[in-house]
Design a binder for this molecule. Structure first.
Ligand SMILES: CC(C)(COP(=O)(O)OP(=O)(O)OC[C@H]1O[C@@H](n2cnc3c(N)ncnc32)[C@H](O)[C@@H]1OP(=O)(O)O)[C@@H](O)C(=O)NCCC(=O)NCCS
Length: 175
């Protein structure tokens, strides 16, 4: 299991569904993320139970604290393309009392290390809402660079927001 200084990344279990549903229903957690259409707890349980194995084009891992073994969020590397060695990254820490303690940075670093070392990726990309300053700070600490901006790409509370494209190439991982 990929393990950093503060967290361990591990596969999802059916018993994680309740936490996932709670996080996805929390407007603070989902503020700068696309929450999709509302799902019931039963639908979330079904989705977690029916999820296939992790594979090259979709690696979804729970973020567990090393201190206490508490599940606090998720990371995902998805849509990897072997021809160009690129994948997209998603992360969120669903337990709000764990924000600002370094967990997001540690988890991002470890999933990227996994992508470069184990999956032999050449680059990792992500899109983030321009106002999501905490997330952008995390990505820059780990080694991502801002590559571009798409105007009015995200809508929240009746307003449009720009999204920033960030990428990191193999060899650029910091720490
Ligand atoms: C974004 C997120 C993953 C960060 O995780 P975290 O565990 O809180 O991050 P860390 O504690 O490792 O680091 C946060 C950094 O952002 C900084 N930060 C926090 N809030 C900030 C703000 N409002 N403005 C600027 N910087 C901020 C912190 O100071 C810290 O930087 P530092 O180490 O230089 O002091 C987490 O807040 C989260 O999951 N948010 C909701 C979901 C989300 O937005 N996901 C990203 C979608 S692209």
């Amino acid at each position: 299991m990929p393990t950093g200084k503060l967290v361990r990344l591990r596969p999802m279990e059916p018993s994680d569904a309740e936490a996932l549903w709670r996080w996805n229903s929390d407007p603070d957690v989902m503020r700068w993320m696309d929450e999709g259409y509302p799902s019931s707890l039963a639908q979330t349980v079904e989705r977690v139970e029916n999820r296939g194995r992790n594979s090259y084009d979709d690696v979804l891992l729970g973020i567990e604290t090393l201190d206490g073994g508490r599940l606090i969020g998720l990371v995902r590397l998805r849509d990897a393309e072997p021809e160009i060695g690129n994948a997209e990254l998603d992360i969120y820490i669903g337990e709000k009392d764990c924000w600002g303690k370094g967990y997001g940075t540690d988890a991002t670093r470890e999933i990227c290390r996994y992508g470069f070392d184990k999956m032999r990726l050449h680059s990792i990309a992500l899109w983030v809402v321009a106002e999501n300053t905490a997330a952008i700070r995390v990505y820059e600490k780990v080694g991502f660079t801002q590559d571009g901006r798409q105007r009015d790409a995200f809508r929240r509370d009746g307003k449009w927001h720009d999204m920033v494209l960030m990428t990191m190439l193999e060899g650029e991982l910091a720490g």
